[in-house]
Design a protein around this ligand. Sequence first.
Ligand SMILES: Cc1ncc(COP(=O)(O)O)c(C=O)c1O
Length: 420
Amino acid sequence: MSSLPCPSTADLLRLGAEYLTPNYRQQPVVLVRGLGCEVWDTEGRRYLDLTGGIAACPLGHSHPRLVRTLADQAARLIHVSNLFFNEPQLLLARRLCESLQQALGPCQAFFCNSGAEANEAAIKLARRYHQTLRADARRIEVLSFEGSFHGRTVATVALTGQEKYRAGFGPLVGWARHLPWPEREGDLRPLEHITDQTCAVLIEPIQAEGGIRVPPPGFLRALRRRCDETGALLIFDEVQTGIGRTGTLWGHQSDPQPAAPDILTVAKGLGGGVPVGAMLARQEVARALTPGSHASTFGGNPLATAAALTVLDTLEDEGLLENTRQRGEELTAGLRQLCQRHAPLAIEPRGRGLLQGLLLAGDAMPAVHACRERGVLLSVAGGTVVRFAPPLVVSAAQIAEGLQVLDEVLASLQANGAKA
Ligand SMILES: Cc1ncc(COP(=O)(O)O)c(C=O)c1O
């Protein structure tokens, strides 16, 4: 690489083909810098980024406060491991736990580096809680939902309720089972599978990767009740819905009938693009993690936790939850109009706040590629949904720009007679 003083985009793409494992389907763009909701590629071309690093950049790109925090913290202390305490980690733990205290009571935090790891920690904690604190070794099974996405480690991919992610990796674990996703309001049949043998139930407050699927009203609350009846622990996977994405700090808080979990996992937006994840648990459950029972070398390191504190401060200081709600309403209204203008190709808008999607009558990838060619970056969720997960700093004009480009793309796809 160093022998190429100024590699062309084609050279860089060739490096990808040669040296990266071929597990991603990257678009043929090499991004070099970003500011707010805009990014630029090696050719100097500007894009409006409505993917937000897959919901991981709530402050957008190169937010000056986050840049300053990272520079200051890097100059002071980057990493020490959990052999010692560090200041930002402790302040972040308090901040996150306090945000849940009203609904969950006293909480404690375990830090890691990604969503999958946060879910792994939650599964291990649930097991250990039953086995050590409740002396109940029967509770082995962990339940999740069809259409869910919980990560790519062996345990979290087993819990992911989509066959395409599990294919070719078997045999996976025998204790993961997927419940049917409730079809409509009042459909509580999935809950019948939760019994006094259930260790925990894992659910996303809105299924994100599965196609931006919002549970019917009252479902989370009924799930909470069923877990209470059976003694199963309830885990909310807020890896994608957390940190303001749906217009409240936590995704479950924006549900019209909110319910509280025993354990909550978060990653993505928490570090504003810096890898950091957390598992937050009611203290009574968390105390099962005795010294030595679980760990992560980088978990909670000062660089990542300082970044997360700045993300939380900036959400508050810049009114980003309010911005998320307002821009979210504009997005919903715009997506509704697209459904009217482009039926039967465009079927329905889905989601809440700045985690929304447009369900199409076929593969959403051609629409996403065509938007990119017109300078707007979007992603696909669940195969047939065009997903919007922009930075929470997105402006009304930028939402309008994204909708207009998608409008043009859908019109041209319809004109060409494609299903999508
Ligand atoms: C709900 C949910 N859980 C877990 C994960 C896995 O997170 P990570 O890729 O950081 O391991 C994701 C990633 O998309 C997610 O959306």
